[in-house]
Design a protein around this ligand. Structure first.
Ligand SMILES: CC(C)(COP(=O)(O)OP(=O)(O)OC[C@H]1O[C@@H](n2cnc3c(N)ncnc32)[C@H](O)[C@@H]1OP(=O)(O)O)[C@@H](O)C(=O)NCCC(=O)NCCS
Length: 151
């Protein structure tokens, strides 16, 4: 794990984030440059961190805080770095930082057909609380998953 480092994301990273997001998600739901720009410059509190290998970003997570609720906008780990515990590391670091911001609940949406991600979240203690039909194009439902992290 020593070769991997966690650091805050910067707007200078956006090109790399777009590159990684295109690899991690289907075209219909990939985030573009403008959306990453919005996520990173929006004045709301956030936790936006990268994991790097030799200074190069290989995964990241962006979470926006809405008072006591925080929403995970995205988490991406490049395919060749998966199943090494890096996604878990990003989630645990995010959870720690969100608790310091008095967040009580972390929430996310995940495509119902993304079984790997659902298992990943369930292993971290997230539970499905709702299903939203047609949340992702074309006609893919999403599960809303939450974890209570407050005292
Ligand atoms: C979901 C994602 C972030 C997980 O990242 P990761 O670094 O591979 O996850 P970890 O190695 O930390 O996994 C921790 C545990 O979660 C579970 N898990 C992770 N990926 C899984 C998969 N594809 N299938 C089943 N379980 C999985 C396993 O229990 C794993 O532990 P193990 O490897 O010891 O069995 C990564 O697969 C990814 O970027 N996917 C594409 C983007 C995406 O779908 N993001 C989520 C959108 S809501």
């Amino acid at each position: 794990m020593d070769k991997y480092k966690i650091r805050d994301l910067k707007t200078d990273d956006i090109e790399r984030l777009v590159e990684i997001d295109k690899i991690c998600f289907p075209d219909e739901i990939v985030f573009d440059k403008d959306f990453f720009e919005y996520l990173l410059t929006d004045p709301r509190e956030k936790v936006a961190i990268a994991i790097t290998e030799n200074e190069k970003i290989i995964g990241f997570i962006i979470t926006i805080v809405f008072e006591e609720i925080a929403e995970i906008a995205t988490i991406d780990v490049l395919p060749e770095f998966r199943r090494k515990g890096l996604g878990k590391l990003l989630m645990e670091e995010t959870e720690k930082r969100l608790k310091n911001k008095e967040v009580q609940i972390i929430l996310l949406q995940v495509a119902e057909n993304n079984s790997g991600a659902i298992e990943f979240y369930e292993n971290l203690g997230y539970i499905k609380v709702e299903k939203i039909p047609d949340y992702y194009p074309p006609n893919i439902s999403a599960f809303v998953m939450i974890k209570e992290v407050g005292a």
